[in-house]
Design a protein around this ligand. Sequence first.
Ligand code: KG4
Ligand code: ZN
Length: 357
Amino acid sequence: MGLPTHTPDTRLVLGIESSCDETAVALVRGDGTIVAQAIASQEAEHAPYGGVVPEIAARAHAERLAPMLERVMGEAGVGLDGVDAIAATAGPGLIGGVMVGLVSAKALAMASDKPLLAINHLEGHALSPRLADRSLAFPYLLLLVSGGHCQILSVEGVGRYRRLATTIDDALGEAFDKTAKLLRLGYPGGPQVERLALEGNPQAVPLPRPLKGSREPHFSFAGLKSAVLRALESGQHTPADIAASFQQAAVECLIDRLEHALEAAGPFPALVVAGGVAANKAVRTALEAFAKAHAMRFSAPPLMLCTDNAAMIAWAGCERMALEGADFTGDPLDIAARPRWPLDPAAEAVRGAGYKA
Ligand code: KG4
Ligand code: ZN
């Protein structure tokens, strides 16, 4: 089943991403060539606060986007006349930042008389594996795990997504970041927790596996974070043992929830992981083993495409243009930015899911 994979297509899409703490611009062709791209992280600006501060993010996007657009277009040696469409993240995300990117895309589209594509950021993540791996066909099971998202999706075609699970509280990357903060490891916490975990015993600290075995399909990580705090306050465990035990508990939760999703909606020929947490080796190793045990192909885009970037936004635009063919007109210029925008409109709202829904 599934739609045909993209046909060779040389149309060029300009993509803009500004929904969280990365400002990014990319030029991508319909055949999957990334012609040029740039990403500026705001890590340094947000680090003193231990998380992303929306006002700081919006201002940083506004300052960086125009020079970045100029640089990427300059590097590629193309002007707006050489671009076939302009794609920008229109949500979900931090609304101030999303508006900066979307308004810029609208201005460029208006000035150049080129179609605008208002892209759902989650659709960018959902389709990015096909930009990285051109032989990846629909359908596939996607685990999207980052600081802002924690979902399992059935990706059935362009514009056809079924959400099988989301988080009822924190995203997994957020749980890694909060654990790092408790252990005083700095921000972003994921890589630091992973590093410290290498020195610890993953079985040393008894931590809960929230929702493990539950018939409810979702994720929950808030209780795990509170248990980390209690373990720390008990004074009985080393930070390395806590980090290792936290990571082990998180991995077990992921695998359990994937088992559940597969039982409910499987089988799938492929398992794909995206989002910043995909950088974690313990997570990757467990996912690879899970895929193997279920006779699924395993695919993880390179990290640069896993974390927030504009190539995936431009690519989602390419996929939409290819799908709509001669009917393609783009989105109206008065389309609104959406802080919340579930990929699967039929999925029920989940308490606490925030923009991760
Ligand atoms: O996809 P991303 O760059 O941005 C969004 O949140 O959308 O993901 C960043 C998240 C952060 O929470 C970070 O701590 C987590 O991914 N992360 C990791 C690792 N590298 C990044 N989590 C666990 N282990 C890692 N090695
Ligand atoms: Zn993202």
